[in-house]
Design a protein around this ligand. Structure first.
Ligand code: ADP
Ligand code: MG
Length: 447
């Protein structure tokens, strides 16, 4: 439970604060609705920060992980405190404030109540995707089926899908909604085969009114799961049940995906979310800032918006860090203060662009490995990513041809020239391929 709660907290937090506050906590006991967490090496100061700033977040994450309402996180120094609290003599706060009213947690739907349309900021980058999601939420399976949303990491795909789920569960609670990540779907499918429980697996996913399936690019190369999903898709689609799919790229750029699935993904509406512009980033930060009872000057918000361009999770995380830092130091938030608080974050985000990093990112896009790129293998599945990475080394670094060859398992410079030529030609001929290379290049640049 704690692991699951932790991972949802992690999503909310910049890594630095996550590591400081949450990783060291140890779950020790559950009594009724109280979930006790041991704060190691703590001093009173630590505990009060957890208590004041993070209690609601942790409690919510626990409720979500346990699928049970009103779970309270209790931070303790010593296990003996559990019994004291049980006795009703609460040492620190004589009276716990009533937990804030939380939206209900729906059983098994996989829907997190915090992701709603109300909390979603609309900008030029997501206007169309947002409109499509609202349309689907208002009239499932009447317009776009499937709805396919794609875009880079942290741009709001999961948020929008979950918002569809929350909307439907609020206005038509009789409809069965299931949200599942492609990874969970895959794991459950593998378990089902092992436990010979295919029927209950099928029932779970084929008897729903709305299936929201996230990060479908993970189906790449998983033939068995693709086959199963193909049948799930058809069963639902034939009965006019709504399917919403997300991915980090459009269907035709997902490698090792069966053609019949690709064509089904393209049957409905395909919409993308791109990186938000400065105004949208500011609007998102302002909205987030409202949720803190803090005076956050505009120059601080624009400093953050200027430094983080493409990942909204990081954008929000930076703001959370500044607020936490100001609590910790008891100082008012100012621009200088924000610069200090975020110094580490902004430095560590910049990646040096070298052959290793280029290979790593390229390998990820082609669903292969750096080892394979360096190896002698010459199947197309490996030569293409290898040549793309060579091409990018040439474009993005000052490495010489022999140095590039050396970096790719000791190949000779004529192999590098040949590889780069191949890629240039393909880029000219094939727009999808060109877009893919551009996408990889932007990720390497950290855009
Ligand atoms: P993705 O699934 O595309 O990687 P998420 O949906 O998980 O991204 O979004 C990352 C974080 O950014 C979430 O906390 C989400 O609530 C927030 N977020 C993304 N887009 C928006 C938006 N347009 N308005 C408000 N919050 C957003
Ligand atoms: Mg996501």
């Amino acid at each position: 439970i704690w692991e699951k709660a932790l991972s949802s907290i992690e999503e909310e937090m910049p890594i630095v604060s996550f590591a400081t506050w949450f990783e060291p906590l140890k779950p020790v006991a559950i009594r009724g609705n109280n979930f006790y967490l041991l704060v190691p090496n703590s001093n009173v100061f630590n505990k009060s920060i957890l208590e004041n700033r993070h209690k609601a977040l942790v409690s919510n994450a626990l409720s979500y992980a346990m699928n049970k309402k009103n779970i309270q996180a209790c931070f303790i120094f010593d296990e003996s405190e559990i019994d004291e609290m049980e006795d009703g003599a609460e040492p620190d706060n004589p009276k716990e404030p009533e937990p804030e009213e939380r939206p209900p947690i729906h059983n098994n739907s996989g829907i997190n109540p915090k992701y709603t349309f109300e909390r979603f900021v609309i900008g030029e980058n997501n206007r169309f995707a947002h409109a499509a999601c609202v349309a689907v939420a208002e009239a499932p399976s009447e317009q776009y089926n499937p709805l396919f949303i794609y875009g880079g990491v942290g741009l709001g795909k999961t948020h929008l899908m979950q918002a569809i789920g929350n909307y439907i569960m609020t206005y038509t609670p009789e409809k069965r909604v299931v949200y599942v990540s492609c990874e969970t779907f895959t794991n459950e499918f593998i378990d089902a085969i092992q436990n010979k429980s295919n029927t209950s697996f099928r029932n779970r996913y084929r008897n729903v009114d709305i299936l929201l399936i996230d990060d479908i690019q993970f189906l790449s190369g998983k033939e068995g799961t693709q086959e199963e999903f193909f049948h799930t898709f058809n069963a639902l689609h034939d009965e006019d049940k709504q399917i919403v799919i997300s991915s980090d790229r459009p269907p035709r750029e997902i490698p090792k995906l069966a053609e019949r699935l690709r064509s089904r993904f393209e049957m409905g509406l395909i919409t993308d979310i791109s990186a938000p512009n400065f105004e949208t980033r500011m609007a998102i930060l302002r909205k987030k800032a409202e949720s803190y009872n803090e005076d956050i000057p505009d120059d601080v918000l624009s400093f953050i918006a200027n430094n983080i361009h493409s990942n909204i999770r990081e954008l929000e995380g930076a703001l959370t860090t500044v607020v936490a830092y100001s609590k910790l130091h008891g100082e008012k938030i100012s621009l200088d203060f924000a610069k200090e608080a975020l110094a580490d974050l902004f430095v560590s985000k910049q990646h040096e662009i070298n052959a290793d990093y280029i290979k790593e990112i390229t390998a990820k896009y082609f669903n292969t490995t750096v080892e394979d790129m360096n190896s002698k293998k010459r199947t197309k599945a490996i030569t293409t990513p290898r040549q793309v990475a060579m091409f990018l080394c040439r474009e993005m670094t000052s490495m010489s041809l022999p140095a590039i060859g050396e970096a790719f398992g000791g190949r000779d410079h004529s192999t590098v020239i040949h590889g780069c030529q191949k890629i240039s030609e393909n880029i000219e001929k094939n727009t999808d391929f060109k877009n893919l290379v551009l996408r990889i290049q932007s990720e390497i640049k950290g855009e």
